[in-house]
Write a protein that binds this ligand. Structure first.
Ligand code: AMP
Ligand code: MG
Length: 252
């Protein structure tokens, strides 16, 4: 990928408009959340989401967390069981990601969900993340803004250490307050299952639900995607391609 000039945007109205404009144009913009800096792309744009995997060197079978401005948009994208709804009401916005059954016809890129029929959703609490999502007006796929396998960045400087020249912009919001990834919870029917510990203590989740939260070990689930369905990509992969045809996505 050709090197680009990574722009630093301030947390002003102008900076936010520029960030949203770049996202609408299919570019990548890193932005602060209360956990770590996320690497955002329009979650409904296959090419934009593909850029995340290229910039990070992330395996395409690893699904992304889709960030939304509020629970109302989350409800449009996924089905909420009663337990999921209770968790969303109590802990959103905040460092909690819920893996839920995706609704049909959401327009979400299949790359963002790695071909699964579930989607990982979060409403971040960071004011700048929230303003960006509002300004953009749609869901943003956003893993941590670092090369795959590296340490998650909590400052603009960390983001640039790993991704300078590989992404369009960084929205500068100073240091992230939590510094830990979000806690990820999936569901087996209406039973909550901890998929990844993180910034929201699992004890708080158990206290709200009034029962212990299962872990992957106790349920013998070993990989994402085994909870509500199996990994089932429907796309055909063409290797050694020189470019993408009109109905293909270029992962080069
Ligand atoms: P991150 O790398 O912080 O963006 O977190 C992404 C992680 O969320 C993935 O590596 C999975 O562990 C989990 N995840 C995302 N989407 C799903 C999904 N549909 N099913 C199960 N786990 C998911
Ligand atoms: Mg990460």
């Amino acid at each position: 990928m050709a090197e680009m000039n990574t722009v630093i945007l301030s947390d002003s109205a102008r900076g936010l408009r520029a960030a949203a404009g770049l996202l609408r144009a299919g570019q990548l913009v890193a932005f602060p959340t209360e956990t770590v800096y996320g690497l955002g792309a329009n979650a409904r744009d296959d090419r934009a989401v593909a850029r995340i995997f290229t910039a990070k060197g992330r395996p395409v079978f690893n699904p992304l967390i889709v960030h939304v401005p509020d629970a109302a948009m989350a409800l449009e994208l996924a089905e909420f069981s009663p337990a999921a709804e209770a968790l969303a009401r109590r802990f959103w916005p905040g460092p909690l990601t819920l893996v839920l059954t995706r609704r049909p016809e959401t327009g979400l890129s299949g790359l963002a969900t790695a071909g699964l029929d579930t989607v990982a959703l979060r409403v971040p609490a960071h004011p700048l993340a929230h303003r960006l999502l509002e300004e953009f007006g749609g869901p943003l796929a956003a893993p941590s803004a670092n090369p795959s396998g590296g340490v998650s960045p909590t400052t603009r400087a960390h983001v640039l250490d790993g991704l300078d020249g590989a992404i369009a912009a960084v929205l500068d919001g100073g240091a992230c307050p939590v510094g830990l990834e979000s806690t990820i919870v999936g569901f087996d029917r209406d039973t909550a299952v901890l998929l990844r510990p993180g910034g929201l203590p699992v004890e708080e989740i158990a206290a709200l639900l009034g029962r212990p939260v299962d872990t992957l070990t106790t349920r013998h689930v070993t990989a994402p995607g085994q909870l509500q369905s199996h990994y089932a990509p429907r796309a055909t992969l063409r290797l050694d391609a020189a470019g993408a045809a009109s109905d293909e996505i270029w992962l080069g």
